[in-house]
Design a protein around this ligand. Sequence first.
Ligand code: PGA
Length: 243
Amino acid sequence: MNIEIKKSYDELSRFAALEIKKLIDEKPNCVLGLATGSTPIGLYKELVKLHKEGEIDFSKITTFNLDEYRGLDGDHNQSYRYFMDDNLFNHINIDKNNTFVPNGVAQDVDDECKKYEELMEEKGGVDIQVLGIGVNGHIGFNEPNKHLYMDTHIEDLTDETISSNLRFFSSREEMPTQAITMGIGSIMKAKRIILLISGKNKADIVAKLFSGKITTELPASILQIHNNCTVVLDEEAASLLNK
Ligand code: PGA
């Protein structure tokens, strides 16, 4: 893994945006793998800014999001489809028909997962996958467990994830307990991965991530064997790493 430590969240976001711009300059019809959560919001702001400055043309871009809550449709203001429209797609010249987020209300979930996987393949695979990390080490919604899944699948959210994301919902009852998520195999197939980690609350998991072990109990640890993965940390997230 390549490690980039940035002074601030803004610098981290800017760095990631410029890496994506570089890829789009080289390959205007590339496929981006995108993430939700608080971490990539700064990246999306930078991408919108670069687009408004005439620096990035998204007209030929395809995107695949990592995951979606089971039970929320795209109009729900906490769905990840809504998040992506609101934070990025509504502000750039992307064709929304080329933006894919798993359908959280699909009747046949197995079929939805299989089709999502096939579609990624059909579009040539993901060129850059953006990732965040949960405080428990999850990537996408691949939660710590005795085993991890290869492909897009339905996942039960852990109590830790539910507690961590509860802040976005008005009550625990409203918070979904499952999600459709790309699997570890789907993520590892990306040609390049950029893992963004910001803030003091991630410092513990960062220290564990760089302990040299690979374990399903820390799903992000598998990224250590990806041959083109860059971890971008701000100083707070990196604060417990040995210099
Ligand atoms: P966060 O979520 O960016 O809101 O911290 C990251 C994640 O759970 O993957």
